[in-house]
Design a protein around this ligand. Structure first.
Ligand SMILES: O=P(O)(O)OC[C@H]1O[C@H](OP(=O)(O)OP(=O)(O)O)[C@H](O)[C@@H]1O
Ligand code: HPA
Ligand SMILES: [Mg+2]
Length: 174
């Protein structure tokens, strides 16, 4: 059984989410963006973020990608288990919402899926970034915090489907 070490407390997460919501509100003042969340990992972050935002959100869309399965390293193959509804991003100001950018493979797959729908603009908001593991470069426009080379769980993020319900973020150590 892996040992869990607290990395980001509930209060720290709440502060990060508030700051990101503030930045998005500042930049999207006169627009009505479409938010696209990447399931499953982003569902808790997305739910908290939208409730801190004042910007009127035109639409919330979801796609589901998977590449980790039960492992703690990426399989390198991103499976699109649920794609983006046809046309939802077309001519819209889209903000992609990710829980974590690790290798960058999932995020770049999601960005491509949105980009082919020809959005008016496309930005990325991610709660966590783990740059030490990056395989493809991804520009994060709105970032919560950078973390070190540790496998994290909690706040929607899993290890083999466990721990998503934890209200804080922990590093797993064996
Ligand atoms: O940058 P990457 O190395 O691609 O990793 C990031 C992605 O990996 C995880 O998803 P996962 O495949 O575990 O699916 P899940 O969200 O359903 O848990 C995580 O939630 C991110 O979406
Ligand atoms: O650190 C991580 N934890 C859980 N899932 C992940 N997917 C990418 N990185 C991680
Ligand atoms: Mg996962």
């Amino acid at each position: 059984m892996a040992n869990k070490v607290l990395l980001i407390s509930q209060q720290e997460i709440a502060d990060l989410v508030k700051r990101l919501a503030y930045e998005l509100d500042r930049d999207y003042r006169d627009r009505t963006p479409v938010l696209v969340g990447v399931l499953k990992g982003s569902f808790v972050f997305l739910a908290d973020l939208i409730r801190q935002m004042q910007t009127p959100i035109r639409n919330i869309e979801l796609m589901r990608l998977s590449s980790y399965g039960s492992a703690t390293v990426s399989s390198g193959e991103v499976k699109m288990l649920m794609g983006l509804t046809l046309g939802v991003a077309t001519h819209q100001d889209v903000i992609l919402i990710e829980d974590i950018v690790d290798t960058g493979l999932s995020t770049s797959t999601a960005l491509q899926a949105i980009q082919i729908q020809n959005p008016a603009s496309l930005k990325l908001c991610a709660l966590l970034s783990k740059p030490s593991r990056r395989q493809v470069s991804v520009e994060i426009d709105y970032l919560g915090v950078t973390i070190g080379d540790r496998f994290v769980v909690g706040y929607g993020i899993d290890m083999d489907e466990q721990y998503r319900q934890l209200p804080a973020i922990y590093a797993l150590e064996d």
